[in-house]
Design a protein around this ligand. Structure first.
Ligand code: PGA
Length: 251
C-alpha cells in the first residue's frame, strides 16, 4: 500500500505572516484527514514559522531545496543540518524551475538526495520532460536519463524514503494538465527505471506523485489511476479552501 501524498509547492510566494494566515485557515479544514499525507513547501524565510505552526497536526512543512554539505562558503545556500535544526524533514529536489533558471543538474540532485537520506530528510525528487522532447517522442528516454542520473549509486535501503514527482514541464503553471492516462504512462516509465536502479521492491513501494496544473476539478481523475500516488500542487496550493478541496477529493 502506497499512502498518497498531497503536497503544496508555494514557490516564491507568501511571507511568514501570509504563511501563518494560510495555516490558520487550512489546518481546521483538513483536521483529522488521514487518507493522504499532507505536505507544504514554503519559501525558506517562512519555513521555520510554518513548521512550528503545523507542529502536532497532520500537516508537515518542508524545504524547496538545499545544499548537500553541512556548512561552508556557499552564499545563498541552506544545509541539511540547518534544515534538521528547525525540525524540517522533507525537501523538494530537482524541481524544473531551479533546473531551468538556476542551472540545477541531476548530478547535484544526486548529491543532495544522498545528503537528505543521510540526515533523515525525505526527498521528493522531480522529473519531467519539456514540450519539445515530448513532441519529438523522447519522453521515455528523457525520463530514464533523469532517473539514472539522480539515483546513481542509491541503494534499495537508501531509496526507502524516496518520493518521486513526475512534473512535465509543459504542464507546470500553464493550466494544461497531463491527461490521467498520459501521466500514468510516464509514471510507469519512471517506476520501471526505478526498478533497474533500486530493485523491484523499491519500485513497488515508492510513491510517484503527479504535478502540473493540478486543481480541484482534475485531482479525482488523476488519483483514479493506479500509478498516481498523489500530487504536487503549485498555484492551486496557495489558497486554503482550494488546496483543502484538492486534499479532500472524492474517490
Ligand atoms: P502548478 O505547479 O500546479 O502551478 O502547475 C506545480 C509545480 O511546479 O510543482
Amino acid at each position: 500500500m502506497r499512502k498518497p501524498v498531497i503536497a503544496g509547492n508555494w514557490k516564491m510566494y507568501k511571507t511568514p505572516k501570509e504563511s501563518l494566515a494560510f495555516l490558520d485557515a487550512f489546518l481546521p479544514l483538513v483536521e483529522g484527514h488521514e487518507r493522504d499525507e499532507i505536505l507544504l513547501f514554503p519559501t525558506m524565510s517562512s519555513l521555520a514559522y510554518a513548521i512550528e505552526a503545523a507542529a502536532g497536526t497532520n500537516v508537515r512543512a518542508g524545504a524547496q531545496n538545499m545544499h548537500w554539505l553541512n556548512e561552508g562558503p556557499y552564499t545563498g545556500q541552506t544545509s541539511p543540518t540547518m534544515l534538521v535544526s528547525i525540525g524540517c524533514r522533507h525537501v523538494l529536489l530537482g524541481h524544473s524551475e531551479p533546473r531551468l533558471y538556476f542551472n540545477e543538474t541531476y548530478e547535484r540532485v544526486n548529491l543532495k538526495l544522498k545528503a537528505a537520506i543521510n540526515h533523515g530528510i525525505t526527498p521528493i525528487v522531480c522529473f519531467g520532460e519539456m514540450l519539445a522532447e515530448r513532441e519529438d517522442l523522447r519522453t521515455e528516454e528523457v525520463l530514464r536519463t533523469q532517473v539514472q542520473a539522480a539515483l546513481r549509486n542509491i541503494s534499495a535501503s537508501e531509496a526507502r524514503r524516496l518520493v518521486i514527482a513526475y512534473e512535465p514541464i509543459w504542464a507546470i503553471g500553464t493550466g494544461s494538465t497531463a491527461s490521467p492516462e498520459v501521466a500514468a504512462a510516464a509514471h510507469a516509465i519512471i517506476r520501471h527505471e526505478l526498478s533497474h536502479c533500486c530493485g523491484q521492491q523499491t519500485a513497488e513501494n515508492t510513491r510517484i506523485v503527479y504535478g502540473g496544473s493540478v486543481k480541484p476539478e482534475n485531482i479525482a481523475a488523476l488519483m483514479a489511476q493506479e500509478e498516481i500516488d498523489g500530487a504536487l500542487v503549485g498555484g492551486a496550493s496557495l489558497v486554503p479552501t482550494t488546496f483543502a478541496d484538492i486534499v479532500q477529493y472524492k474517490e
